[in-house]
Design a protein around this ligand. Structure first.
Ligand code: HEM
Length: 474
């Protein structure tokens, strides 16, 4: 028989579980660790309340799949933090729902595909960035470099060529500032939106302390950049020859068939930048981190590159199907880093039954993806062991417990692109370089930094050009 709200830690008047969260964070450091700790105590449907907002955290493969597949949970939160980034309205793709979300998702995917998204023509785009990346690392070969943001501009370029028809030099200062803004906005709060979301009136009392001032400033600066980009498009557009996603939207908006507004277009551009840059960048950096921590993994990767690609050309996406060990390294990187630790919050659009409980309308639902990928299902979950994704015969294992891009109707639209980028970055770099931790540095830490997505702590790598005529052995 359906019961009431799911169990969770005792509630305090007015603030609900905020104090318990704050105390637990002091001990456990990460939001995802607190959810995991409480889920162990209260079950795989954990009921919380922050201020007046209900938040439910679901754990385990079956429960995460169930929530992701039911239309009633396809909403996105209404909270202050989410609306702050979209002119206080529910606009765009990532944080909209209902009819706005359906029309936007369809139009974004259609426009991206017109410009080659998901097809072979993406390859040239990614290869160009890999070549630029290799040139940059050749220029400082042998010298320790901080790698935490080395992929940012490449990743923006790959996406921005489709969205705004533009690429930037890897040393471009404006782009570096833009990437830094996105990085900072991802560190101010966690994916639940934090205090700013649950007690928004505090922005009038302690705006700096709860991140309000910084988030406003960051979003103003990001929108300045996007507004200039859209205005440039408006001035130069030729309706018969759309150049990119922005042109496609502008043409649609002029056709009177559509009710997309300029504000909506700006939020869509922000959505693509925010969803598509930090996620890939942080995963790629964690991937390098694990490769330098595990020299035997690096050797096996280079052996596969040497055998399957050789030395006379750079790796391409068509090599991917033959490079099973590399693919296993990508899966293991996505598993162990789980940068989208609780996915993107869903919201109940109506009162809904889940397990034996009732989830009231407007409840936020967080998916415990980090726990799913690092919990008991995986033997020695803390070790970086790509072999867990390979059979004895060397075939790839598709494990149902691995869901880094979510599932169901709200699953990530960037999965194909992200996987292609990770493959190309890894193989192109390892074909040209041996990666080493500088002698004077400790092994880089696998402990993440908390935030909207998890990121690696700062570390350095020496890129040593490989003598590619000297065959690698394994
Ligand atoms: C390693 C890289 C990435 C990871 C781990 C990742 C993960 C995710 C996850 C977990 C979700 C939420 C699914 C859900 O709500 O259940 C999501 C949604 C989304 N992702 Fe990604 N993502 C990555 C790369 C990208 C890229 C490259 C793009 C850009 C094209 C992108 C665009 C989006 C968008 C627009 C959504 C919202 C979809 C919707 O609400 O309908 N992501 N991603």
């Amino acid at each position: 028989k359906p019961e009431s709200y799911p169990p969770g830690p005792p509630l305090m008047p007015f603030i609900g579980n905020l104090l318990s969260l704050w105390l637990s964070l002091k001990k456990l450091k990460y939001h995802h660790s607190v959810w995991q700790d409480w889920a162990k105590k209260y079950g795989n449907i954990l009921g919380l309340r922050f201020g007046s907002t209900n938040v439910v955290v679901v754990s385990g493969k079956d429960m995460i799949r169930e929530v992701s597949s039911r239309e009633v949970f396809d909403g996105r939160p209404n909270g202050f933090f989410y609306l702050l980034r979209s002119f206080n309205k529910k606009l765009g793709l990532v944080f909209s729902d209902g009819a706005t979300w359906t029309k936007t998702r369809r139009m974004v995917l259609k426009s991206l595909r017109v410009f080659g998204y998901g097809s072979r023509s993406m390859e040239a785009n990614i290869s160009e960035e890999c070549n630029a990346l290799i040139d940059m690392r050749m220029a400082d070969a042998g010298v320790p470099v901080v790698v935490n943001h080395m992929f940012d501009v490449c990743i923006v370029n790959i996406l921005w060529k489709l969205v705004a028809g533009k690429r930037y030099d890897l040393a471009n200062e404006q782009l570096k500032v833009l990437c830094d803004l996105i990085t900072r906005s991802f560190k101010v709060v966690d994916m639940s939106g934090g205090i700013l979301n649950f007690l928004p009136f505090l922005r009038h009392v302690v705006p700096n302390l709860i991140g309000y001032t910084e988030l406003r400033a960051i979003h103003d600066a990001l929108y300045d950049f996007l507004r200039t980009t859209v205005e440039e498009h408006q001035k130069t557009i030729d309706a018969r020859k759309p150049r990119d996603v922005i042109d496609m939207f502008l043409i649609e908006m002029n056709s009177k068939k559509s009710d997309f507004s300029t504000e909506e277009l700006l939020v869509i551009c922000l959505d693509l930048l925010e969803a598509g840059v930090e996620t890939v960048s942080n995963t790629a950096v964690f991937m390098l981190l694990h490769v330098v921590r595990n020299p035997e993994v690096q050797k096996k990767l280079q052996y596969e590159i040497d055998v399957e690609v050789g030395y006379s050309r750079r790796p391409t996406l068509s090599d991917r199907s033959k490079m099973v060990y590399t693919e296993a390294v990508l899966l293991e990187s996505l598993r162990i880093s789980s940068v989208a630790a609780v996915g993107i919050p869903h919201m109940a659009l109506e009162d809904a039954k889940l397990g034996n409980y009732t989830i009231p309308k407007d409840t936020f639902v967080l998916l415990a993806i980090h726990d799913l990928h690092n919990g008991e299902h995986w033997k020695d979950a803390a070790s970086f062991r790509p072999e867990r994704f390979l059979t004895k015969e060397g075939n790839l294992i598709q494990d149902e417990w691995l869901m880094p891009f979510g599932s169901g109707k709200r699953r990530c639209i960037g999965e194909g692109l992200a996987r292609s980028e990770l493959f190309m970055f890894l193989t192109n770099l390892l074909q040209s370089f041996n990666l080493k931790v500088p002698e004077e540095d400790p092994l880089p830490s696998t402990e993440p930094i908390d935030g909207v997505t998890l990121s690696a702590k700062e570390f350095r790598i020496v890129f040593e050009p490989r003598n590619i005529r000297h065959k690698s052995t394994y």
